[in-house]
Design a protein around this ligand. Structure first.
Ligand code: TRP
Length: 441
């Protein structure tokens, strides 16, 4: 029955896209960034960035992929030779992200293995510090990368699809339960206030750091700016509505991130940890403390970290897939060899981030505040001004005309372009201030 088949592939696309989007960016990065940037002020900036940039930019990547039915480099290449470089930048960005993403994935793996004995219960903060950097972090990061390479090498697409269909409901259920539990703790109210009560004073006096952080988080968590959504959409049929799919993906993904905030902040405040001090360990430290006090905390730990691990792996394979697909498509090399070589190279690039958490945070900011905005800026120019009306026509495929958001094209051309351009200017100048100038003196 052709009708059924079509439906199956549509769900497959949504599942793969959600699998890529939902990951450490939601569970680990979102609460950590929010904690470092004023809590509720960050939440508000993030929400605005999702609507203003996230969804429209995702639709831009979708139209580009489905119009060309090509990988990211050749999708850009359709616009001429110079544009190919933009595609190459996207592939490099994916590679850069997977190098340190696997280190954080390694932390998750280690916590999973340690859950049955509750090894991290006794001194959560000190335990995280020991796990985050050093030989152990290197070892578990390599293990995580090995799993990623294995899956990309053998390309078990059906496995990804299946994993995602189970993973997303599991992660939402588990996180709702944890959020409800966190709400019962003394101190939870202070956590909610920090995360939910609008703080306009913080917002307006920290716009220069908030904007790049929020835009970076939105791009990171929606897997935008590195060509993944272009690639995935290149397999979509013309009878499907990209708009509907995009909205579904953005809503689910945003929900998971905000759920993480509703878990982490009550827990941190209940434990008397000031959010600003929690840093990259926020989720590991606060969750460890929660599980310690819960009955069957060991079993809960296993389930929680297993689900997070699956979410992380389904994202990291999408990251490694981008450069792999490019080499496999264009050179006479075999997929397992390419995946293996890229895996070793990513490991080497990630070594400094596994040895020093501050370096990891630096890699992460370079990716989210410079590389991903650059990628999405190029997508915006390409789709808005090169494709133009053609992109609008592509967006209209498979959608009733009544529901077509006609202002989308102008929104991409003007609003997304200016917002991302401004973000880039702010973040590049602050990087020059903070890193180059300091290191020169
Ligand atoms: N979005 C994923 C997460 O939230 C990470 C990710 C996958 C990603 N693909 C990406 C980040 C491409 C940036 C670019 O964990």
């Amino acid at each position: 029955m052709p009708g059924r088949e079509h439906w199956g592939s549509r769900l497959g696309f949504i599942a793969a896209a959600i699998g890529s989007a939902v990951g450490l960016g939601n569970v680990w990065r979102f609460p950590y960034e929010a904690a470092s940037h004023g809590g509720s002020a960050f939440l508000l900036a993030d929400f605005v960035a999702v609507l203003l940039i996230g969804l429209p930019a995702m639709l831009a990547e979708f139209t580009m992929g489905r119009r060309t039915h090509r990988n990211v480099v050749d999708a850009f290449g359709a616009g001429g030779r110079a544009w190919k470089a933009a595609g190459a930048l996207a592939a490099v960005t994916s590679f850069w992200v997977v190098a340190y993403y696997s280190v954080v994935g390694g932390w998750v793996m280690r916590y999973l293995f340690e859950s049955p004995t509750g090894a991290y219960f006794a001194r959560p903060a000190a335990h995280f510090e020991a796990a985050a950097a050093g030989a152990d972090a290197l070892f578990y990061g390599a293990l995580f990368l090995l799993v990623t390479v294995g899956i990309v090498a053998f390309g078990i697409e059906r496995g990804i699809e299946l994993a995602t269909k189970i993973m997303v409901p599991a992660i939402v259920l588990l996180m709702v339960a944890l959020a409800l539990y966190a709400g019962t703790l003394p101190g939870a109210a202070a956590g909610y206030r920090y995360f939910l009560e609008p703080d306009f004073q913080y917002l307006f006096s920290n716009l220069d750091t908030l904007i790049p952080a929020a835009v970076g988080e939105v791009l990171f968590t929606l897997s935008l700016g590195s060509g993944i959504m272009i690639t995935y959409a290149s397999y979509v049929e013309d009878s499907e509505s990209l708009v509907t799919d995009g909205i579904a993906i953005v809503v689910v993904n945003t929900l998971v991130g905000y759920l993480a905030g509703l878990i982490v902040f009550p827990l941190l405040f209940a434990q008397g940890v000031r959010p600003g001090e929690a840093g990259a360990g926020a989720i590991f430290v606060s969750i460890a403390n929660a599980f310690r006090t819960l009955p069957a905390g060991e079993a809960l730990g296993v389930v929680f970290y297993l689900v997070v691990l699956i979410a992380a792996v389904s994202s990291s394979i999408s990251l490694l897939e981008i450069p792999t697909a490019y080499f496999v498509d264009n050179y006479p090399v075999r997929r397992p060899v390419v995946a293996g070589v890229l895996g070793v190279a990513a490991f080497l690039l990630g070594v400094p981030t596994a040895l020093n958490t501050a370096t990891l945070e630096l890699f992460d900011s370079v990716a989210s505040e410079v590389l991903l905005p650059s990628g999405i800026f190029l997508v915006t120019v390409f789709v808005g001004w090169n494709y133009g009306r053609e992109a609008m026509a592509e967006l209209g495929e498979g959608l009733h005309e009544r529901f077509l958001p006609r202002y989308w094209l102008w929104h991409v051309r003007i609003v997304v372009l200016l917002a991302v351009g401004m973000t880039l200017i702010i973040s590049v100048s602050s990087f020059i201030d903070a890193n180059v100038v300091q290191s020169l003196w």
